[in-house]
Ligand binder design. Structure first.
Ligand code: FEO
Ligand code: CA
Ligand code: CA
Ligand code: CA
Length: 598
C-alpha cells in the first residue's frame, strides 16, 4: 500500500488514479454504491422518477437536485440506522429538462441559447431545492433507503419557515405577504451545513442573489445592503411567476434569505427556523463543536472573494441530558469575525451593536441591523478579506479548526493569511484556538496547505514531497474530520481541460512528518463536483454527494453539450438513454467491513 515516504500517514489505502471519464472511482477494496438519486421517491405514495412526466407535485415527494451537504443523525445511537440529511443546493435546468438548450451560430461563433422556463418547470425547480431528511439502514451488509420512514421529509423553497432571533420581526424583514417579518416561505441555495450536538439539521443559505430579479424602488434603503451581496442577479426565472422574487415588488424579501436554517428532524411537521443570530451573508456551512464550558461554537464561512470567516458562540450551554433544552440555543449568542495577523496570531472580533463602529453613526440602530448587514459590520471592524471561505471544520481530536479557502483569482496582493496573489487553486488554514478552548477570542493560525499542482513551480503549492501526481488537488470546498481526527477534503472546480482530472475526495495528513501529504480516495464523473463527505462515528461508512454530473462547465460551453437528449458527456449514474444524469449520494464501505482507510 502507498505510504508517505517521510513520516507515517494516518491513512492506509491504495490511491485512485486521477483522471477523467464518465463514472466514479473509489480506492481498490472499497464499494461505492449509489444510494439516492435525484427523483428517487422518499415516501410510500411518492411516484417513481419519470423525467418525461416530471411535475412539481412529484418532485416535492422525491429526492431533490444537486445534493451538497450530507449529514447523518443516528437513530438510537446506531452507526447502521439513522437519518440522512441532505441539502439540495441549486438546479441546473439545462441538465434537468430535455430540449431546453440549443447551440446556435452567431457571428461565426457557437453560442448556447436557453428557452424560457414554463411555470411548471419553475415549480419543479422550487420543489427540487431545499433539503431531504430520509431514514436509511444497513440491512444484510447493504445500505438501503427506508421509503416509508416516519421521519422522512422534503423541505423545499416553498416550505413555511419561522424567522427567529434578534432580527425576527424587524421592519426590514416585513413584506406585503408577511407584515409580521417572522414568516417566510422556503430556503434556497443550501450549500454545506451541519448537524448540531443536539441532533438538529442546519442548512446554510449561500448564493441567494441569483433568485432575485427586478429593480429596487429609487432611493430604497436596502440599495447598499443588496449591492454588497450582488442582489438582484436574476439567474433564475422565478420572479416571472412569483412577485416576492422581484425586488421592485417586494423590496424586503432578500433580507429574509442568507441565514442559517435549523430543522428539528425528530418531528417531520416542525417549522424550520431561520436563526438570525448567526448573521446574514453567503453562508457556506455551519459545523459545530461543544466547548469545554458547554457553550457551542459554530464555524461559518462567507463564500465570496474577499469575504470573511466567522464563528458563533452560544450564550447558553449544551445540555446533553435534555434535548428540548437545547432547541433554541441558536437564538442567543455572539457572532465573531476573524482577523488574521502576520505573526501567526488572530483575533475573533465580536459583531455586537453599540460596540466599536457598530453604532447609529454608521447606520446601525440595533443588533438586527448588524445581523442583516453582517458583511458591512465586518468591513467596519477590519476583518481579514479572504480567498472565498468555504466549509470550516473543527477537529475534536486535536483541537484545531480547518478552513477551506477555495480560490481567488482577483486577488492582486497577497497577505499572510492569503499568501498567493491570483490564487487559482486555493489553500487551507489551520486555526489553533487558545488553550484548546473553541470559544477563545485570541488564537493562532497557520497555513496547512497551498493547493495546486506541485510540479508546476509557479503555482507555489505546498503538498509534501510524498504526495503523488494523483494526490494533489485544487479548489478545496467541503471537508470532514473523521472520528480519528483525520481530514478529508473534497473539491469544486478541477477542470478536466486545465488539469486532466475531475473533482474528488482526498485524504489529507495533518500531523507529524506526513503533514500536507494528500492522496486521492474517490473521484467523480466528468462535469460533477464533489460534495458531502461524511463518515459515521465508527468510520465504517462514508457518504459523498456527486453534484451536477455531466455539467460541462467550460467544456460544455465550447463543445456544445446542451442537454441530455442530445450529446451529454455522461449519463451517470443510470447510463440509460432515457434518463438524464442525476446528482446522487454515494455510500462507500470497505469490502469485508472495517474502518475506512485504516
Ligand atoms: Fe456552494 Fe461555496 O459552495
Ligand atoms: Ca461549497
Ligand atoms: Ca463539513
Ligand atoms: Ca461547491
Amino acid at each position: 500500500e502507498a505510504r508517505a515516504e517521510t513520516g507515517k500517514s494516518a491513512f492506509s489505502f491504495d490511491e485512485v488514479e486521477a483522471g477523467v471519464d464518465d463514472t466514479h472511482h473509489v480506492a481498490a477494496g472499497y464499494d461505492a454504491e449509489v444510494l439516492l438519486r435525484w427523483g428517487d421517491p422518499l415516501f410510500a405514495d411518492a411516484p417513481d422518477f419519470d423525467p418525461s412526466a416530471q411535475s412539481a407535485a412529484a418532485q416535492a415527494r422525491q429526492f431533490g437536485y444537486n445534493n451538497d451537504y450530507v449529514g447523518f443523525i443516528p437513530l438510537d445511537g446506531s452507526n447502521e440506522h439513522g437519518l440522512l440529511v441532505v441539502n439540495h443546493e441549486y438546479t441546473n435546468p439545462h441538465l434537468m429538462f430535455a430540449g431546453l438548450v440549443s447551440v446556435v451560430e452567431k457571428d461565426g461563433k457557437k453560442k448556447l441559447e436557453q428557452k424560457t422556463l414554463s411555470k411548471e418547470q419553475v415549480d419543479i425547480e422550487i420543489a427540487a431545492h431545499g433539503g431531504t431528511v430520509v431514514e436509511i439502514r444497513k440491512d444484510g451488509g447493504k445500505w438501503q433507503v427506508v421509503r416509508d420512514g416516519k421521519l422522512n421529509r422534503r423541505i423545499t423553497a416553498d416550505t413555511p419557515m419561522e424567522i427567529t432571533g434578534p432580527a425576527a420581526g424587524h421592519d426590514r424583514l416585513k413584506t406585503l405577504a408577511d407584515p409580521t417579518g417572522t414568516k417566510v416561505l422556503g430556503t434556497v441555495n443550501n450549500c454545506a451545513g451541519g448537524v448540531t450536538p443536539w441532533g438538529t439539521y442546519v442548512m446554510a443559505e449561500e448564493n441567494i442573489h441569483g433568485y432575485f430579479s427586478g429593480e429596487l424602488p429609487a432611493g430604497h434603503r436596502e440599495a447598499q445592503n443588496y449591492e454588497r451581496l450582488g442582489i438582484p442577479e436574476g439567474s433564475y426565472e422565478w420572479a416571472a411567476h412569483y412577485d416576492r422574487y422581484d425586488v421592485g415588488k417586494e423590496p424586503n424579501e432578500p433580507n429574509r434569505f442568507g441565514w442559517i436554517v435549523e430543522v428539528d428532524v425528530n418531528d417531520p411537521t416542525s417549522t424550520p427556523k431561520k436563526r438570525t443570530a448567526l448573521g446574514r451573508f453567503k453562508h457556506e456551512g455551519a459545523e459545530s463543536i461543544v466547548a469545554k464550558d458547554g457553550r457551542v461554537v459554530f464555524y461559518l464561512g462567507d463564500d465570496e472573494r474577499f469575504d470573511y470567516v466567522y464563528k458563533f458562540v452560544t450564550t447558553g450551554r449544551f445540555n446533553p441530558d435534555d434535548r428540548a433544552a437545547n432547541l433554541n440555543l441558536l437564538d442567543d449568542g455572539t457572532l465573531h469575525v476573524a482577523k488574521f495577523a502576520e505573526d501567526g496570531t488572530m483575533e475573533w472580533l465580536p459583531l455586537v451593536f453599540g460596540q466599536g463602529p457598530l453604532t447609529a453613526e454608521n447606520g446601525f440602530e440595533s443588533q438586527a441591523d448588524v445581523l442583516i448587514e453582517t458583511r458591512r459590520a465586518a468591513d467596519l471592524l477590519g476583518a481579514t478579506r479572504m480567498d472565498r471561505p468555504e466549509d470550516i471544520q473543527p477537529n475534536p481530536v486535536n483541537g484545531k479548526v480547518y478552513v477551506m479557502l477555495t480560490n481567488n483569482t482577483k486577488r492582486e496582493e497577497a497577505d499572510a493569511a492569503n499568501p498567493r496573489a491570483k490564487n487559482a487553486f486555493g489553500h487551507i488554514i489551520e486555526i489553533t484556538e487558545a488553550d484548546g478552548d473553541f470559544t477563545a477570542t485570541k488564537s493562532r493560525w497557520d497555513v496547512l496547505l497551498k493547493c495546486g499542482d506541485p510540479s508546476v513551480a509557479e503555482v507555489g503549492a505546498s503538498f509534501s514531497t510524498a504526495t503523488t501526481a494523483n494526490g494533489w488537488f485544487g479548489m478545496p470546498d467541503n471537508c470532514a474530520v473523521d472520528s480519528s481526527g483525520r481530514l478529508w477534503v473534497s473539491t469544486d472546480g478541477n477542470s478536466p481541460k486545465a488539469t486532466g482530472r475531475t473533482d474528488g475526495l482526498w485524504a489529507v495528513d495533518t500531523e507529524g512528518d506526513a503533514r500536507a501529504t494528500s492522496r486521492l480516495f474517490f473521484r467523480v464523473p466528468v462535469g460533477a463536483e464533489m460534495c458531502g463527505p461524511l463518515l459515521t462515528a465508527d468510520d465504517e461508512t462514508m457518504f459523498v454527494a456527486v453534484q451536477h454530473p455531466g455539467d460541462g462547465g467550460e467544456d460544455w460551453k465550447e463543445f456544445g453539450r446542451p442537454s441530455y437528449y442530445e450529446d451529454l458527456s455522461t449519463r451517470w449514474p443510470d447510463f440509460s438513454p432515457d434518463l438524464p444524469t442525476r446528482p446522487s449520494v454515494v455510500v462507500i464501505t470497505k469490502q469485508g467491513g472495517g474502518k475506512i482507510a485504516s
